[in-house]
Design a protein around this ligand. Structure first.
Ligand SMILES: Nc1ncnc2c1ncn2[C@@H]1O[C@H](COP(=O)(O)OP(=O)(O)OP(=O)(O)O)[C@@H](O)[C@H]1O
Ligand SMILES: [Mg+2]
Length: 147
């Protein structure tokens, strides 16, 4: 199997340790051939209303902290991707993570997804989290699960 069979790689990145490992892995693949294109996708979940009386305020605070977090991810990943000669991009999408990742994979016509087995929630009873489980089932291309 030629590495260049996987020339359009998507990394699903949620800032968890395993997603960092997935990014490293994908960057190492990309280093093998500068024709490989890398797209790092981070999905922001729509903020759920909290059961506070002043919930509009809580919602705004939540939204603000989420945006701060994503700004931090943007800065960090942009710096990291600069170290590659490959064409690469960071995409911030909004919606349900699994669905948005699969939608992007289809639209971009990716030929490999690289992601972690688990993410930020850290429950360890199951091998796959809900997002990796969904993407493995629904993606039209191979999915490389980092553990
Ligand atoms: N919001 C997201 N944006 C991009 N990639 C994500 C996102 N959430 C998860 N991922 C990817 O999916 C992998 C597995 O995370 P997942 O969310 O499935 O597990 P979890 O957080 O442990 O469990 P769960 O979210 O189901 O409670 C992560 O390592 C990351 O690669
Ligand atoms: Mg998760």
């Amino acid at each position: 199997m030629m590495l260049t069979d996987y020339s359009r790689i998507v990394v699903a990145y949620d800032h968890s340790d395993l997603s960092k490992k997935a990014l490293k892995m994908a960057m190492n693949l990309a280093k093998q051939d500068k024709l490989i294109q890398l797209n790092v996708v981070t999905v922001m979940q729509p903020v759920r209303p909290l059961p506070y009386s002043s919930y509009g305020y809580a919602l705004a605070l939540n939204r603000e902290s989420q945006e701060k977090e994503f700004q931090a991810i943007r800065d960090e990943i942009t710096e990291e991707l600069k170290t590659l000669p490959n064409k690469s991009k960071l995409l911030l999408l909004e919606g349900l993570p699994g669905q948005m990742i699969v939608e992007f994979v289809k639209e971009y016509d990716a030929d490999l997804v690289v992601m972690g087995s688990r993410g930020l929630s850290g429950l360890k009873e199951l091998f796959l989290g809900s997002v990796s489980h969904y993407v493995v089932q629904k993606a039209p291309c191979p999915v490389f699960i980092v553990k």
